[in-house]
Write a protein that binds this ligand. Sequence first.
Ligand code: SAH
Ligand code: SF4
Ligand code: F3S
Length: 437
Amino acid sequence: MSNTTQKKLFIQTLGCAMNVRDSEHIIAELKQKEDYELTDKMEDADLILINTCSVREKPVHKLFSEVGSFEKVKKSGAKIGVCGCTASHLGSEIFKRAPYVDFVLGARNVSKISQAVNTPKFISTDINHDESEYAFGEFRSSPYKSHINISIGCDKKCTYCIVPHTRGDEISIPANLILNEVKKAADGGAKEIFLLGQNVNNYGKRFSASHEKMDFSDLLVKISEVNGVERIRFTSPHPLHMDDKFLEVFVNNPKICKSMHMPLQSGNTKVLREMKRGYTKEWFLDRALKLRSMCPDVSISTDIIVAFPGETDAEFEDTMDVLERVRFEQIFSFKYSPRPLTKAAEFTNQIPDDIASARLTRLQSRHNEILDEITASQKDKILEVYFEELRANSAVAGRSFNNFLVQVDGSEELLGKTLKVKITNPKRMVLYGELVG
Ligand code: SAH
Ligand code: SF4
Ligand code: F3S
């Protein structure tokens, strides 16, 4: 309940879905233990938090410009806290560069948020801290879908990636705790469950204590049996662990949404080896094309890094070749960004920025052409859409089972419903349509 004396929390979340979920944990703790309520006005807040990302250099720069602007507009006495992956890797350096920051809380330490707000210059950035069985309070930013962590950290240590240094070793959360969370979410009305981890399909390799063993495919089946769950999504799976059992469960379970994220990174086997991805170009193509043949409606998204140290023009062509053959519905593409603590940052054959930019432009332009063809082919299709968002001009949007964003004219009463939509006007970012039946 809101009253005038209640303390107010402003929180800004950068980075990936794991940060979104960590922010929900932080909000839950602060609401329940410290009596905060959320505000979207920074100048009214008693506590301003930024949940940060370190994956590329740009978001790290963003952190310092953002906290600088917080300091200028905050009301007197308000506290500023820096949480998340950049907190993990820069630690007390943040106090040095931004002395007005009141506390620093790493990505694996969010359960200490109460202590952080009550202790001057609190800092906790231990990546060996085990939060895998920590019972977080309840806060969900959407009533229609629930993000649920199934594992934390990452053991892969891809040579370009800072995440293992910000989130620590990979630990799976016991299946019974995950299933309890799923039941709670479904009982609360969330029909969509979004499972989170850096390598979700490596689930079950290591628990923090002895637990009933279960792999990701079996976990998916168990979750699909929970009453009230209608849709299951997950991110990120790793191409290396896409074995036949996983593909079969994915394709045949009617509750698993038919959209797969397959982070390619590079289409060249030598570059993949230097990245330490563990698979080859051929393995990736075999998995992606097998998936397309087993499930013609599937949409496949990917992450691609261009200009990894030493990447030649010919090696980059392999990435273009995989793009051509898989025809991804969505790509997230980046220029390689050297990160502290990673092996690749020490490689001496870094690629000049103009070459990196040209490769990125070429990749993105070709993807846009492919996407235009995919988009046009959606015209007149009937898609099942789960509506979850009100949009401007009396419109409502949601996702199709295979993850296209679809928008129709309508109002609140469509929210939380799954309805059939005929696509009348497909655009690159949104497929516009009309309700049918
Ligand atoms: N666990 C996920 C990735 C999480 S990081 C996976 O294995 O796919 C999200 C994406 O950021 C990565 O897939 C990668 O494409 C990109 N990324 C990570 N480190 C990067 C770096 N140093 N430079 C550029 N992009 C990077
Ligand atoms: Fe980073 Fe690789 Fe782990 Fe993904 S699998 S989080 S890219 S180290
Ligand atoms: Fe960024 Fe950390 Fe996620 S570095 S991408 S917020 S795991």
